[in-house]
Design a protein around this ligand. Structure first.
Ligand code: NAI
Ligand code: CS2
Length: 487
């Protein structure tokens, strides 16, 4: 029975297209904040124009059972509130027509859905850590318990990648065509990474399966961008006010949206270019630009901003020194590592990012962005540092960003208060951090974690730069250490 939800009030929110018109042709794994405000929203806009009938089956593997149940109860409809600096726009999304949760529906139901003949596409937004890869090399992490489980029991997989492999195995056995796998997570070369990991898992089952996947499945890379902070009680209240009733599945985000995708789909795709996405032959330059300039500056502002007492990104960039340091990081240390198509205006890009960060209505928490640093550092800071080392170019902002992360994961802030560090490696990081007594031992011990730093940790120049920044950070605090970067 559908719950009495304002979205089901046909007079107030008439359906722009009938649900029955949709056919489930797409499985999305990771029904979190981002997917709701990005891929699902854009596809809904296309359906509203009558240009696609690709319904999405949403899958969640871990938490958020109640979110999935509410989504079903609301007739698979929810709202997105786009919050600009000047005003809001409310949109209702109708494109979902099925939802499965591992803990409610079980493994079999998800595998069957993946193996269903009508499925043409599987997309993922499961966070960087959700893939079970070594953050530095991108190889399958055999020590990850879920990956280890799927290697031992591949018929009843628990990981997203294991489920995809099992779904593809059944398709091969049934003689069905394959589907495209499209990662929409902030991972460098996301398509290549997932391909490598899926093939590694498949190879452990049979060479025949790995070969079939190599020949029949594509893994386009994609660059995704839209700032979608986690929903809070305040945003849900705001959505309820705009909507005229509660929507626990509602999500707020910024108005900006971007999606650059490699056009390599084995079984077709919605024409997302008709709602603003761009199809390109090679997405890597766009991915690197976004990961290093946007996400790199985000992490810089998150660690140092949090330590300096700024709760949100807009509060951090309201501090002139933080805004300038973020811009210097983008233009002096990230932009020179990029190989962009001729005519790309990186200075304009940096300005536009700062403008987006200034949006006072988003309230994007520094604490949220600071999460999972072990999975984020390589693509946001470390690749650039390696390139700059080769060019003999100093990188004081990246070094302070890494030092900020080291200070943050010690789990005690500058006032002596506990920090709630969320990271799959949080306890290991804390142990390593606590085991050292001097600053230099601490930096050294953290740089020795190869799954994050790889060979870079052994580079003397890199270690020296991080060491200097870390000592400065301890001596003068985040506020002053950032101010000292301003040239
Ligand atoms: P979220 O926390 O709202 O949702 C995370 C989703 O990943 C949930 O569905 C959760 O069940 C799933 N997940 C988490 N750990 C998992 C695991 N170990 N195995 C399988 N599934 C797992 O986060 P949100 O905002 O949806 O972001 C997800 C990812 O999307 C980010 O990590 C990032 O890579 C990408 N992204 C997010 C943007 C944002 O502004 N929120 C913008 C651009 C990309
Ligand atoms: C953020 C990103 O949480 C984070 O680490 O840097 O989610 C950021 O908001 C998005 O990538 C913007 O597209």
């Amino acid at each position: 029975m559908e719950k009495q939800c304002i979205l089901n009030d046909a007079d107030k929110y008439p359906q722009t297209y009938p649900k029955e018109w949709l056919e489930t042709q797409w499985v999305h794994i990771g029904f979190g904040a981002f997917h709701r405000a990005h891929q699902a929203l854009l596809t809904d806009e296309l359906a509203k124009q009558g240009k696609t009938n690709w319904g999405i089956c949403e899958v969640n593997l871990r938490s958020q059972q109640s979110l999935m149940q509410t989504l079903k109860a609301q007739g698979y409809r929810y709202s997105v509130l786009e919050k600009g600096a000047q005003g809001n726009e409310l949109k209702i999304v109708n494109i979902i027509n099925r939802a499965l949760h591992y803990k409610i529906d079980g493994c079999q139901a998800i595998v069957e859905q993946l193996a269903a003949p009508a499925i043409k596409l599987v997309t993922l937004t499961i966070t960087e850590k959700g893939y079970g890869l070594d953050p530095n090399t991108g190889d399958l992490d055999h020590n990850n318990p879920v990956i280890a489980h799927d290697i031992a029991y591949p018929d009843t997989p628990q990981s997203a990648l294991g489920l995809i492999v099992e779904g593809l195995r059944l398709r091969m056995a049934s003689g069905y065509r394959a589907f495209t796998v499209l990662s929409c997570d902030n991972i460098q070369g996301n398509g290549h990474m997932v391909q490598k990991a899926v093939l590694a898992l498949a190879q452990l089952r049979s060479s025949e399966l790995a070969q079939w996947i190599t020949e029949h499945v594509t893994f386009p890379c994609s660059m995704v961008d839209r700032i979608v902070p986690a929903a809070t009680d305040d945003t849900l209240k705001e959505i309820a006010t705009e909507l005229g009733g509660d929507d626990p599945c509602g999500i707020a985000c910024e108005p900006f949206i971007q999606w650059v995708i490699e056009d390599d789909f084995v079984a077709g795709r919605p024409d997302w270019d008709q709602v603003g996405a761009e199809f390109v032959a090679d997405v890597i330059p766009y991915e690197e630009m976004k990961l290093r300039m946007l996400n790199g500056s985000h992490s810089f502002l998150a660690y140092l901003g949090y330590l300096a007492g700024y709760d949100t990104i807009d509060a951090a960039v309201a501090d002139k020194n933080f805004a300038l340091a973020a811009k210097q990081l983008m233009l002096n240390e990230q932009a020179p590592t990029l190989a962009m198509p001729a005519g790309t205006d990186l200075e304009g890009y940096a300005e536009s990012l700062l403008e987006r960060y200034r949006n006072p209505n988003l309230k994007h928490r520094t604490w949220q962005i600071a999460m999972d640093g072990s999975q984020k550092l390589p693509q946001r800071f470390l690749k650039s540092a390696s390139i700059l080392l080769q060019k003999n170019t100093p990188f004081p902002h990246i070094a302070l960003g890494v030092a900020g992360w080291m200070r943050y994961i010690s789990a005690v802030d500058e006032q002596g208060n506990d920090i709630d560090v969320r990271d799959p490696m949080a306890s290991e990081l804390k142990k390593v951090s606590d085991s050292a007594t001097t600053s230099s031992d601490k930096v050294r011990a953290l740089l020795d974690i190869t799954s994050i730093f790889g060979d870079l940790g052994e580079n003397e120049h890199f270690a020296q730069a991080v060491q200097t920044s870390y000592e400065r950070l301890i001596a003068v605090g985040a506020q002053q250490a950032v101010a000292e970067l301003i040239v």
